[in-house]
Design a protein around this ligand. Structure first.
Ligand code: HEC
Ligand code: HEC
Length: 344
């Protein structure tokens, strides 16, 4: 692995062995980046991971739901950021009997197969008919092994026989993508918040945020001094259904979206979605699992007071959100604070 810069050395303490400097990507991270940005993973060569997780909008998408490879169909959920996602642990029940971890809004990329939810997630989109729409693993590996830039680096990283077994190669493809998503190029920790240079209003917002939001958008956990603003638990915050998606015949949105419930086969989890990170949140509009909220102030205002909305799933609602009693001025301060979480 490559050496680290002074600042990156701090991050590597909790990213784990094998992390990188802000300036240089390791070979496996470079390989991951090439695959992440390659349209070869989509059937009509129309999209890459970066199409829906674009650096320009915080590694997310700027539409409520994303257009698939056929440029007509859309999925039924809003694309979350692929940055900072790699800290989510395997999906598991904690001692209090709550589900924690996994990848996707509903945790269905559990991490049980590859031991890493982030890598396991990367195996989903290429084969998803409303996303990249590839027919099978073999076709994907055939394409990668024929690519003049990707193939040599792939065998350099994973050995001369790296393409001998399609499924082993597909696992390694996913691990390389995950390595890139965890690299200091994507998961940067370079926001104004990280620099610790907040002004008076931002500090007021931070204090209000700590008092009202961190039971879910956790401050200290996992990230140590570099919080990730999620506890990776599942909550029904009461987000309403997105009627526009339901009306769109090309959209795979299935109302009601039950979230975690069907994944763990437990109706007591219906309507619960993974608490999202708030890093780069100012860049990733629209918001919530179905993209209902167009702007950050609207989203935060809903978190404060949801009384004017009918929840998409009217069961298992959390009482810790939606009734916080904050004033408009306090909400402004919180939004101003959230704007400091954008990486430079
Ligand atoms: C057509 C758009 C589209 C493409 C292409 C796409 N994604 Fe996604 N991605 C999404 C959507 C939508 C979700 C949320 C789906 C859900 O939760 O059910 C998602 C979820 C994720 C997540 C989960 C984040 C979290 O916190 O749970 C990660 C990581 C991710 N994608 C990475 C990737 C990678 C890597 C690729 C390429 C192999 C990729 N995506 C391709 C739209 C896309
Ligand atoms: C009880 C847990 C909980 C509390 C408290 C909470 N949130 Fe959330 N928050 C969530 C969940 C869960 C979601 C995703 C909901 C969904 O899409 O169905 C969410 C979504 C968000 C989003 C949109 C994220 C995205 O990527 O779309 C923002 C912004 C946000 N919350 C800000 C806040 C702020 C600010 C506070 C405090 C005023 C707060 N939240 C309090 C659980 C909570």
């Amino acid at each position: 692995m490559k050496k680290v810069l002074a600042t990156a050395a701090v991050f590597s303490l909790f990213i784990g062995a094998g992390s990188i400097s802000a300036a240089t990507l390791t070979d496996v991270e470079t390989l991951g980046k090439m695959i992440y940005e390659s349209p070869l993973l989509s059937w009509d060569n129309t999209q890459s991971c970066a199409t829906c997780h674009n650096v320009a909008v915080g590694y997310a998408d700027d539409t409520a739901v994303s257009l698939g490879d056929d440029l007509v169909s859309t999925g039924g959920r809003n694309a979350p950021t692929s940055a900072y996602a790699g800290f989510s642990p395997l999906l598991h029940l904690n001692q209090a009997g709550e589900w924690v971890g996994g990848m996707f809004w509903d945790g269905r990329a559990t991490g049980y197969t590859l031991g890493d939810p982030l890598a396991e997630q990367a195996q989903g989109p290429p084969l998803n008919p409303v996303e990249m729409n590839m027919p099978d693993v073999q076709t994907i590996i055939d394409r990668l092994s024929a690519d003049p830039e990707i193939a040599p680096l792939f065998t350099q990283v994973y050995g001369v026989d790296a393409f001998a077994d399609d499924f082993a190669a597909y696992d390694n493809m996913a691990k390389a993508i995950a390595a890139y998503e965890r690299s200091a190029e994507v998961t940067r920790f370079t926001s104004k918040f990280d620099a610790g240079t907040l002004n008076a209003q931002e500090l007021r917002g931070k204090k209000l945020f700590m008092q009202n939001c961190t039971t879910c958008h956790a401050y200290g956990r996992r990230g140590g001094d570099y919080p990730l603003f999620t506890n990776y638990k599942y909550v029904n915050a009461g987000v309403p259904k997105n009627q526009a998606l339901e009306d769109d015949l090309n959209c795979a949105y299935e109302y009601p979206d039950l979230g975690l419930g069907p994944v763990v086969d437990d109706p007591a989890q219906n309507g619960k979605f993974k608490v999202p990170t708030l890093r780069n949140i100012a860049m990733t509009a629209p918001y919530s699992h179905n993209g209902y909220f167009a702007t950050l102030p609207e989203m935060v205002s809903f978190m404060n007071d949801r009384s004017a909305f009918t929840p998409e799933v009217d069961a298992n609602l959390s009482t810790a959100v939606g009734n916080l009693g904050l004033t408009d001025k306090q909400l402004d301060d919180i939004v101003v604070f959230l704007n400091t979480l954008t990486d430079m």
